[in-house]
Design a protein around this ligand. Structure first.
Ligand code: NAP
Length: 250
């Protein structure tokens, strides 16, 4: 039996999981919702590092790991690549293409959180869309700024920040309203790629609002890399049901 371990936590991964039968495992970190309507097995929570993941792969006779985690979930991607090598399982990855700046965009690259803080120093109303990291810096917000911070986590709030717990996808109309309501003068974003959270970039372009883009982490090499969900699903179907040699046309 050929068994697949799909590492998820993204909408793309969920689309792939819908193609997997009961022999296969869909794994989530446990930060978001756990789907209840999948044919495959769903497991939730960390594996306990590379050794834990390699142990899981061996115990479950996994032949193929598919890393469909978010492009900024670099630790899980590194663990998948290393554990695959240790446990002699093949490792593929779904890595969606980064967004590219278009005419009218004013993007500035930031290597890390400290670089973001420098780049937004002269702005007053930053909109943060990079996850929970800014929550641990609320007490360092300069007096000249009020932060709007959108992430998955709920938070009691802060005198110099408005914290919005929300999950994509986000619409263009909704993002326009968000920029208006919070008088956003600079947007801070990951370069996640894909459609689900792209509308904020369109609004920034429309309004001439600069975007501070957190650079993508370096991800480990894998045996096969896909940028499209459909190509990955096709390859998975071929991996699970390879054409017998005798069926091949000469
Ligand atoms: P991370 O820093 O790369 O991973 C931290 C730890 O969480 C991993 O070492 C692993 O724990 C556990 N983990 C992560 N993904 C897992 C999975 N699919 N199944 C089981 N354990 C997993 O990841 P992160 O940035 O915290 O993201 C966590 C999850 O949220 C990922 O699944 C990712 O796809 C999703 N997500 C992340 C972002 C983002 O911007 N980072 C955005 C949207 C969704 P052990 O070492 O114990 O195995």
């Amino acid at each position: 039996m050929k068994r697949v371990l799909l590492l998820g936590g993204t909408g793309d991964a969920l689309r792939v999981a819908r193609h997997l039968g009961p022999a296969h495992v869909y794994s989530l970190a446990g930060l978001g919702r756990t789907p209840k309507d999948l044919a495959c097995r769903v497991r939730v929570g960390g594996f306990g590092g590379v050794a834990g993941l390699a142990g899981f792969i061996e115990a479950e006779s996994i032949g193929l790991i598919v890393d469909a985690t978010h492009p900024y979930a670099a630790q899980m991607s590194r663990h998948a690549s290393a554990a695959g090598a240790l446990a002699q399982a093949t490792c593929w990855a779904l890595r969606r293409a980064a967004w590219q700046p278009q005419a009218g965009d004013d993007w500035r690259d930031a290597a890390d959180f400290a670089a973001i803080i420098d780049l937004i120093a002269s702005y007053e109303r930053p909109l943060w869309t990079v996850g929970r990291e800014p929550l641990s810096h609320l007490d360092a917000i300069p007096a000249s700024q009020h932060w709007t911070l959108r992430c998955l986590d709920t938070h009691p709030g802060h005198e110099r920040a408005t914290i919005i717990a929300a999950r994509g996808p986000f619409t263009l109309e909704g993002e326009r309203a968000l920029f208006d309501q919070h008088r956003t003068d600079v947007l801070i974003s990951k370069n996640s790629g894909g459609d689900a959270t792209e509308a904020k970039l369109v609004v920034a372009r429309e309004r001439g609002v600069p975007v501070v883009m957190l650079q993508r982490p370096v991800l480990p090499p894998v045996q096969r890399e896909f940028t499209q969900v459909s190509a990955l699903i096709d390859a998975l179907e071929t991996w699970l049901n390879p054409t017998p040699l005798s069926d091949k046309t000469p």
